[in-house]
Design a protein around this ligand. Sequence first.
Ligand SMILES: *Cc1c(COP(=O)(O)O)cnc(C)c1O
Length: 392
Amino acid sequence: MERNEKRMVRHSSRIYLSQSALTNNFNFIRKKVGRDVRITSVVKANAYGHGITDFVPMAEACGIRHFATASAFEAEEVLECCRKDSGIMIMGILYEEDIEWAIENDIEFYVFNYDRLPKALGSAKKLNKKAFIHIEVETGANRTGMQKEEFPKAMSFMKKNEEYLQFEGLCTHFGGAESLSNQFKINAQHKRFKDFLKVCKEKKFLPHYRHIACSAAALVYPDTLYDMVRIGVAQYGFWPSPDTYFMHLQESGGNGSTTLKRLFSWKTDIMDIRHVDEGEFIGYGTAYQATRNMKIAVLPLGYSNGYPRAMSNRGHVLIGGKKAPIVGLINMNLFMVDISHISNVSVGDEVVLIGRQKNNTINISSFTNFTQLLNNEMLSRLPAAIPRKTVR
Ligand SMILES: *Cc1c(COP(=O)(O)O)cnc(C)c1O
């Protein structure tokens, strides 16, 4: 089966990414946000665990030409696999010593402190190139964001040095747009953003892109769209929250048939099959005692491979299209499942950890219900070493 291209031997599991599901998702999002709003594809955390180098070309095949990362480190990975005409934007950490690298490679970056501007100007002049700057403003999330006291000064500085500093964006991030109970906070943040925009208008100095919406806002708050939306979780086929999904259902008259689709599935193979006598313990400690004579499949991955330890004695995998319950603890590199009720199973048979097999499906949500993990947390922790493969 699939091998990691760089390696001779097989990894213990593999991830498949569906191009048609991704196309479906971008069509769905495009319909929601309209033709005129640019979509930046948020690929931080190794594209939410999907794998930057596999995901970026898939998104480009859907017409996406702009990618957002949390760090310069990730931006460098995108740069290595993206088209020449795709833009990259760093929303988070860019160390001072890497500013020149960003400018040299036309990589856009967030600025949230006034002090960063003269430094960016120095680097831009030295390279005789433009720096593409997004000013992130503080509106109530209180993480990164320029305070309103610094903002007019920053605008004057940018305007004075337009030759080297391009005002590419004005942006902010909502702290919790996915929950309806945060609506009052989101509204307050949006109002403060408009106050910043007013300052720009007064100075007759406007950004190329105003952008504040993440997936949740883009899908349910149309007044937050502006010129660009930053789409993370939704492009991977997940609703940001039950709230946003229910709002969509309400809007579409309860018709959930056109919706987002998971593109990700995760598979492994049976490593060994054994019979365990009634009364014997399976795996470490006494977490699971066989209540009858059992047939057990051993799987070659564990919590070090991103399979949550909290799934111990809970949940199931799919083998031969049937549910095989997890028995005992998830080990570092192994776990066991009960296949007593499944016939015609052999070593080497395909095991679905997340995804579909015959008439059964394991969704990440069913998975994360057991473990209290967020979809995002579960996905983003999947090791980069697991090989990814794009399928139709
Ligand atoms: C992660 C992130 C996004 C994307 O959020 P989703 O809810 O996954 O769409 C957008 N903007 C910023 C600043 C982010 O950090």
